[in-house]
Design a protein around this ligand. Structure first.
Ligand code: G6P
Length: 613
């Protein structure tokens, strides 16, 4: 995670750096810092907290046309000013910002300390600046005073992942950048060049970009970029144009981004479905998959991979695919999959689900599948993101910008993209045109049902009173409602810091039931489907132990009378019920966070885009 921004050229550096940091803040907001060079002097500013704290400290008139900046999400070392980036060498002549993790930190730090280097932070990143400084001074036969050679030499001895930008007080006409596992993109302006970990930091300045690849080291100056392989020659820089560009993060008429994004779900769903459904044939087409019916017919299985909320969407997806298309499907947490030496069936199709398209573990899972000769496609929101680019093929979910750390509308659109894929696959196999048309009719009706629910969401505030001071909240659901329960628990933990667990309802009696006491809040997700009655039995079991039970159910269902509190959602096909039942849970998390005075859009310790393992 963390965000990097840098610039060099005709204009003053500070406004670009602060503006870029603000746009990147969703990647990490523990601390922020920047360094600029002017008149041969390197100036450093660092501050714990949000970018606005840093901006207060930095004089707007600070001169300098070259600078690097960073917003941090702590991995190694606490949230302190000393641990904030940039890190500088002993003489304050070189500054480094780093995203990623240096895995052989222990041995390198010990070696540097033994030779007299004094570390001023607890970070792994500081190692880089000391190594670069030594090689810049000519250690180990590296040509002295050569910034590119010094950075290359340092990167040869570190192990791990990096996206870095390096500034030299003695070389104000260049910035050196390098990428290995942490994305970096160069923006080409008119007499000014930019660098960022995310193209959206550059939108105010340019749409012409060069994405660095793993193993690249780049020399950036006011005219553009020259890219080299770490151990090789010059690489051709491919200039791309960013087409889909999202504006600034702005909550508009809403008090928070999260609330805005919850309420944007109807339109977001419509965008995801638009142009992809073929109503007459009761089927769908997903151009980005580039798969003919005969390719779909060959599929032996489908694997869905993701992290966090995206993983919960995977869990919904596998049930749709197995139940409707009768193709074996499995959901797996990307960080588990990538490290367990998985079997990759060449006739299987994998999907990597990710809002940001940058999650390191999901990207790692993509690479693992590719190394093993498998087929993997992205189901991604951010156009041109690392996962989208690595997969080459896939489905954009078209949620529009999702900036609040807690994911909401991307969850719905991932499910809706998977519902479209399921339809394609099912029509090619078991589903008749008649049933396909019915499915289409129900799917296309979902955005309006979501709209209708959001206009009148029911007694959420009563539920807030139940959960806001609870020691534990238990979420239960079966079948398609089990991942919804998990998503509800995740949201409430993320946004309001309320301890929660989610269990498939039937499994509750094998453990979590021991936690129930008189008044314990339990939230049961039980839409009208074939599992409703079984879930009702579990609800009764909770009540028998004195728990207070809230139920999220289908409008008009008399199951409501068995609960202490009921929240009704409009009726849809049981297959699409997660798109409705998740809504009260999103609102519950939001309003509980609000009641507890939490920082809703930037919850503590979290980040929107998790670009480290
Ligand atoms: C972080 C975010 C979550 C998100 C997860 C996966 O933990 O806080 O909201 O679900 O990463 O992110 P992705 O961008 O891959 O969907």
């Amino acid at each position: 995670m963390c965000g990097i921004v840098a610039t060099i050229g005709l204009g003053p550096a500070i406004p670009v750096l602060l503006d870029g940091l603000r746009r990147l803040e969703y990647r990490g907001y523990d601390s922020a810092g920047l360094a600029v060079v002017d008149g041969g002097q390197l100036t450093l500013h660092r501050q714990v907290g949000r970018v606005r704290e840093l901006a207060r400290q930095v004089p707007g008139t600070l001169p300098g046309h070259v600078g690097i900046a960073h917003t941090r999400w702590a991995t190694h070392g606490k949230v302190t000013q000393a641990n904030a980036h940039p890190h500088v060498d002993a003489d304050r002549r070189i500054a480094v910002v780093h995203n990623g993790i240096i895995e052989n930190m222990g041995v390198l730090k010990a070696r540097l300390q033994a030779s007299g280097v004094v570390f001023r932070s607890e970070t792994d990143s500081e190692i880089l600046v000391h190594l670069i400084s030594r090689y810049y001074a000519g250690e180990d036969g590296v040509p002295a005073g050569d910034p590119l050679a010094a950075v290359r030499a340092a990167l040869r001895v570190v192990r791990g992942t990096w996206g870095i930008a390096v500034l030299f007080a003695d070389e104000p006409d260049m910035i050196i950048a390098a990428r290995n596992g942490s994305p970096l993109v160069v923006g080409l302006g008119d007499g000014q060049t930019y660098l960022a970990s995310d193209p959206h930091a550059l939108i105010a300045y340019t749409r012409r970009v060069v994405f660095l690849e793993d193993g690249d080291v780049a020399r950036i100056d006011a005219r553009g970029v020259q890219t080299f392989q770490l151990d090789g020659g010059l690489v051709d820089s491919v200039i791309e144009t960013m087409d889909e560009v999202w504006g600034d993060e702005d909550s508009g008429d809403y008090p928070h981004l999260m609330l805005k994004e919850i309420y944007e779900q109807p339109e977001a769903l419509e965008r995801c479905l638009s142009g992809r459904i073929v109503p007459a044939g009761g089927t769908a087409k997903l151009g980005g998959l580039d798969m003919a019916p005969k390719d779909l017919a060959k599929l032996s299985r489908v694997g869905l991979l993701g992290c966090g909320t995206a993983f919960h969407a995977c869990q919904v997806g596998v049930q749709l695919i197995e139940q409707l298309a009768r193709v074996p499907a499995k959901a797996e947490i990307a960080s588990e999959f990538r490290h367990r030496n998985p079997l990759v069936d060449p006739d299987a199709l994998f999907f990597a689900l990710s809002q940001s398209g940058e999650t390191a573990d999901t990207l790692g899972a993509v690479r693992e599948i590719q190394v093993k000769g498998g087929t993997v496609m992205g189901i991604v929101n951010v156009v041109g993101s690392s996962i989208a680019r690595s997969c080459g093929r896939g489905v954009y979910i078209h949620s529009g910008p999702e900036m609040a750390v807690a994911s909401t509308k991307a969850f719905s659109n991932m499910i809706s993209a998977l519902a479209v894929f399921t339809l394609m696959l099912a029509r090619q196999r078991t589903l008749s045109a008649y049933d396909g048309r019915l499915y289409v009719e129900q799917l296309l009706a979902v955005p309006d049902l979501v709209r209708r629910y959001l206009e009148n969401p029911g007694p959420i505030d009563t539920l807030v009173e139940w959960v806001k001071d609870a020691g534990l909240v238990l979420f239960l659901g079966r079948g398609l409602s089990a991942p919804v329960a998990a998503e509800g628990a995740l949201k409430l933990m993320e946004v309001a810091y309320v301890p929660c667990i989610a269990y498939p309802s039937g499994e509750m009696k094998h453990g979590p039931i021991a936690l129930l006491e008189t008044g314990s809040p339990v939230i049961v997700i039980a839409p009208r489907d074939e599992l409703r009655d079984k879930t009702l039995s579990n609800l009764q079991e909770c009540k028998a132990r004195g728990a207070r039970v809230a139920i999220i159910h289908t409008e008009g269902d008399d199951i409501a009378q068995h609960a202490d509190l009921s929240i009704a959602v409009p009726e849809t096909s049981p297959f699409f019920s997660p798109l409705l039942t998740v809504l009260p849970l999103q609102l519950l998390a939001y309003r509980t966070g609000l009641a507890l005075g939490c920082d809703i859009d930037r919850p503590r310790n979290l980040a929107k885009s998790v670009t480290v393992e």
